[in-house]
Design a protein around this ligand. Structure first.
Ligand code: ZN
Length: 259
């Protein structure tokens, strides 16, 4: 039987949580058909380290993005965005996106978050790259930022949760919707409804490992193979067959990151 292939569009496989288990986990991933992943940037130092060893995990093809994650706002010094811009320009051929970036309402200093986010959008536009956008109770603030600085090359709204109307507004602006562990939880009714109604061409799969453990694994380190459980949950919500859904998700990911 033809085995489906999967692309984890968001996996922090470089995190130290995986230092002991990385090889094993990636071997497991490839056995499940997960043969590609995107590794996002989170800080300047970590973005630099991604550039230095982009093919560290040879058996699963990994692509990298550069960004300053709003969650680590305290670590981002005034000059870090300028340095990130220089790094991205210098190594444009090694990166497939700008991010992750965005707005997180659980972190303070909204002015700093907003100006950083706008700078990421400008950088993505300048380099003709898509964005990886983090949100947490911030769809309205992201909408304002998009009005102020229009993203020209789309991207993904990572770990989407929200209403159908919110998702459609992003799709209209060229974005895909990142489907992650949220949908494995029975209580996620609104997100289930949204994801079930969206065009299949607008969906991407992602784990966000080691964050966002799936249902039944709360409190544990999330791993790349959780992508298969997320896919199974998605399959449940959709009318497409397994093969058609898997192929379309894979194709969508290649398309949005221009691979
Ligand atoms: Zn992430």
């Amino acid at each position: 039987m033809h085995k489906c292939l999967f692309f984890d569009s968001h996996c922090h496989i470089d995190f130290s949580e995986f230092d002991e288990s990385r090889s094993l986990l990636l071997e497991q991933a490839i056995n499940f058909g997960i043969n590609k992943m995107i590794v996002p940037g989170i800080t300047l130092a970590q973005s630099k380290s991604l550039i230095m060893r982009p093919q560290f995990y040879a058996h699963v093809k990994n692509y990298i993005a550069l960004g300053l994650h709003p969650y680590f706002l305290n670590q981002h010094k005034a000059q870090h965005m300028d340095e990130l811009i220089q790094l991205a320009i210098l190594h444009k051929d090694k990166i497939v996106a700008i991010g992750e970036c965005g707005i997180d309402s659980s972190i303070g200093d909204m002015d700093k978050q907003k100006s950083l986010f706008i700078a990421h959008i400008q950088l993505a536009n300048q380099l003709q790259l898509p964005l990886i956008v983090h949100h947490r109770q911030s769809h309205h603030i992201i909408a304002q930022a998009f009005k102020q600085q229009k993203p020209l090359y789309g991207g993904v709204i990572h770990a989407f949760s929200g209403s159908l109307q919110q998702a459609k507004a992003y799709i209209k602006q060229g974005f895909k919707i990142g489907v992650g562990g949220v949908i494995t939880y029975e209580r996620a009714h609104k997100t289930h409804h949204t994801i079930s109604q969206l065009p299949v061409e607008s969906l991407l799969l992602e784990t966000d490992a080691p964050s966002m453990p799936i249902s039944g694994k709360q409190g544990q380190v999330n791993t790349p193979t959780a992508l298969i459980s997320i896919f199974e949950s998605l399959l449940h919500l959709r009318s497409e067959s397994k093969e058609i859904l898997a192929n379309q998700l894979y194709k969508n990911t290649l398309e949005v990151f221009n691979l």
